[in-house]
Ligand binder design. Structure first.
Ligand SMILES: Cc1cc2nc3c(=O)[nH]c(=O)nc-3n(C[C@H](O)[C@H](O)[C@H](O)COP(=O)(O)O)c2cc1C
Length: 233
């Protein structure tokens, strides 16, 4: 599915968590609506269009937002993965802009998705995952036991890609600060999505930056933070 088809498939660009129909019961029902699993193959993973009609109200999600490290090894579904990546930094407008803001529209953060089968790079324009490294790298994605068994870890990486469309030159030091802000927005979007779906999440500074960086071929200092997601125990 190309970007145009994907955007056509989004009926109304509403705020992700704005469809308020209740509280905890709704979240539980929503997590059970689509049980399609994430393909357990090391290949391109096509993500589903975001489901814009599930979730609790934004205010209820803010009330429930918290860090939860008691995460089980139960796998999240393809729809949950699709929705939370779209919430983090998906394309939400025809001009290609995203759910998270980026200074000057220069997108300088990549999201690496660590699944038990491998590491993948989120391509927001195509709304798909591209394979980067085959194998179980969860031990490199964190230093706390819950990370090693959790079904999903996101690693937020500052990129040094040139920004040819930047309206003005930006010093790298400034871009790095802006990149950190961009990551903060993505992390909070994922936290709110998880709160709205009854999922557990923990943002983490503790990542093996050297080894994880070597694996995905970036410098250690490019790795900003990681986030672990799964069902609460
Ligand atoms: C930048 C940053 C780094 C963090 N690093 C870790 C970490 O490595 N491991 C961890 O268990 N929690 C980590 N946390 C989560 C905080 O401990 C947590 O947000 C804090 O205790 C407040 O709890 P709350 O998120 O439930 O409000 C981090 C939070 C932030 C913002």
């Amino acid at each position: 599915m190309n970007r145009r088809t994907f955007l056509k498939s989004v009926p109304a660009l509403t705020v992700l968590a704005s469809a308020s129909t209740g509280f905890a019961n709704d979240a539980n029902e929503a997590t059970g609506t689509n049980q399609q699993p994430i393909p357990q193959t090391y290949d391109v993973i096509k993500l589903n269009p975001p489901d814009l009609n599930r979730g609790i109200s934004l205010m209820q999600a803010l009330k429930k937002r918290k860090t939860n490290r008691d995460i089980s090894d139960k796998r999240v579904t393809l729809q949950q993965l699709s929705d939370l990546l779209w919430a983090a930094d998906g394309v939400n407008r025809p001009d290609g802009k995203r759910t998270s803001p980026a200074a000057m529209g220069i997108y300088c953060v990549d999201i690496y998705v660590v699944l038990p089968e491998g590491i993948y790079l989120y391509d927001a324009a195509k709304h798909e995952l591209k394979p980067v490294a085959k194998g179980d790298f969860r031990k490199l994605a964190g230093m706390q036991d819950f990370v090693f068994i959790a079904p999903l870890n996101l690693v937020y990486v500052f990129t040094l890609k040139p920004a040819p469309n930047a309206p003005a030159p930006v010093p790298e030091e400034k871009r790095k600060i802006w990149g950190d802000v961009e990551v903060g927005c993505m992390v909070q979007n994922v936290y709110l999505y998880c709160a709205s779906q009854g999922l557990a999440a923990t943002v983490r500074g503790m990542v093996d930056q050297k080894k994880f960086g070597e694996t995905i071929k970036v410098k250690p200092e490019q790795i900003v933070v990681a986030q672990t997601i799964g069902y609460p125990k």
